[in-house]
Ligand binder design. Structure first.
Ligand SMILES: *Cc1c(COP(=O)(O)O)cnc(C)c1O
Length: 456
């Protein structure tokens, strides 16, 4: 007789699998309510106790009380922030990863995971135009992807410029860079040259102007560009910034957490050719590449350099790091700020292999096409106007005459009525409407209903 916690309860297994089957077969996945249906604290009281509880009852409690208090990020009506639209195959395979407790830390333990994850990374690197020997790992998200990349960039920049005081090195970033870039640089204690952009797009010209006006341009060791700003979908001048960085021996990092997926768009891939200059590049499959949370593809042009900066050294880990560079066997743990990790790239890999790359291209394209169709509907309407032309899959619009408060009421009402989850944003200080498309099953009819709800 083993420990009871480790016995498989087949009846509970059936109940959990039935729940998963029901969730997977919902079409469309309902929105549910998030904080509009808060869970009363009394309901949670005393649940954790020495003797445990009946698992089926707790599963029911989850289903009836907790789950509705989460807005389904994978619903086609979720159009706020950046949605997440995992394919059914990726969700199913996430169950395989979960039920196998699949570890993806090192080559020694998990070579079968590593070859598959690396195949998916290689496919992204290849589509993005990065060199054949680039590589990295799947990390938890764009925030950790950016932090890991910028840690490598900082150390490489310091090493290249021994004459500089290491505390003085800086990165050139745009004022429209994602908050996680600021956060990473705060962690790293590295200052910025924050560049004023040309209509929110970071260009080579704006960087050159900022450097020319700066008293210490020699302290700038890297350039951080965004391939698709989260708020507006704007792709920086990757070609111009990248060639400038190459010419001046600066690290070039591209944050494509959201928009990098548009390398799969036939109409927009030309905006991303500058990725070929990148020293590091991230894109979140858990955003626009239809994988479940949490999954960011982190790629380095020179993975050996990244490994030398980030690999954790501990005597109990020496066995992972034996051998020379040539015989190095790939440890995903060496390429990010993490050690233990689940095989988080595998659901993406499985979906990519089974659905095929053409399905990815058309699913990415459909979000861009719907953003453009939405723009037409807004231009035709009399109560709405565009704030700026739609970019990638993001639409910023104005409801004529509305205050910030009115936008918020409308957003809550839309969720309460289960039509959609859309939240306002700020653009140049003004509260405006914002729709972020992503799910291929979001329809024009849904868009029309949303735009109609903005009438009164
Ligand atoms: C979402 C996003 C991030 C952060 O990614 P997480 O996966 O949420 O940590 C960083 N940069 C951009 C441009 C993003 O859209």
């Amino acid at each position: 007789m083993g420990n009871e916690m480790f016995e498989f309860d087949a009846a509970l297994g059936d109940a959990v699998f039935a729940y998963c089957r029901e969730r997977l077969s919902m079409d469309p996945v309902p929105l549910d309510y998030g904080s509009l249906h808060p869970v009363a604290p009394e309901l949670m009281k005393g649940l954790i106790r020495p003797e445990g509880r009946n698992a089926k009852e707790v599963l029911e409690f989850f289903e009836e009380t907790l789950a509705p208090a989460v807005v389904s990020i994978d619903s086609p009506g979720f159009l706020a922030f950046i949605p997440n639209a995992p394919t059914k195959n990726s969700l199913l395979f996430d169950m395989v990863v979960a039920c196998s407790g699949l570890n993806g830390t090192s080559w020694l333990e998990s070579s079968g995971v590593v070859v598959a994850e690396n195949q998916a990374l290689e496919f992204i690197a290849d589509t993005a135009g990065m060199p054949a020997d680039s590589g990295g790992a799947f990390v938890s998200g764009g925030s950790i992807g950016n932090l890991s990349s910028l840690t490598v960039a900082r150390d490489v920049g310091r090493a290249k410029r021994p004459a500089l005081n290491p505390r003085d090195v800086r990165f050139a970033i745009s004022e429209d860079a994602h908050s996680s870039i600021g956060n990473a640089l705060h962690v790293l204690d590295v200052a910025t040259l924050t560049v004023a952009t040309d209509d929110h797009r970071f260009t080579r010209e704006s960087l050159e102007l900022a450097l020319a006006a700066d008293p210490h341009p020699e302290n700038v060791i890297g350039v951080v560009a965004t391939a698709g700003t989260t708020n507006a979908g704007i792709v920086d001048d990757l070609e111009g910034l990248g060639s400038f960085a190459r010419d001046n021996d600066l690290w070039f990092h591209i944050d494509g957490a959201y928009g990098g997926a548009a390398i799969f768009s036939s109409t927009h891939r030309h905006l991303f050719t500058g990725i070929r200059h990148a020293d590091s590049f991230i894109v979140d499959p858990h955003k626009w590449l239809f994988a479940p949370l949490d999954c960011c593809a982190l790629l380095y042009r020179n993975p050996t350099v990244a490994r030398k900066v980030l690999a954790q050294q501990a005597s109990y880990l020496d066995v992972l790091h034996e051998g020379t560079d040539e015989e190095y066997e790939w440890n995903p743990s060496d390429f990010g700020i993490h050690l233990s990790r689940r095989a988080r790239g595998l659901p993406f890999w499985f979906s990519l292999v089974t659905n095929g790359t053409a399905a990815y291209e058309s699913a990415v394209q459909s979000a861009i096409d719907l953003a453009q169709r939405t723009q037409e509907l807004i231009i035709e309407s009399d109560h709405l106007e565009m704030v700026r032309p739609s970019s990638l899959s993001i639409v910023l619009f104005r409801r004529k005459g509305w205050s910030a408060e009115r936008y918020n009421e409308w957003s809550h009402e839309l969720l309460r009525s289960q039509i959609a989850f859309v939240t306002p944003t700020k653009w140049e200080g003004e509260t405006v409407g914002r729709i972020a498309f992503l799910h291929p099953n979001t329809t024009e009819a849904m868009v029309r209903e949303i735009l109609d709800s903005l009438r009164d």
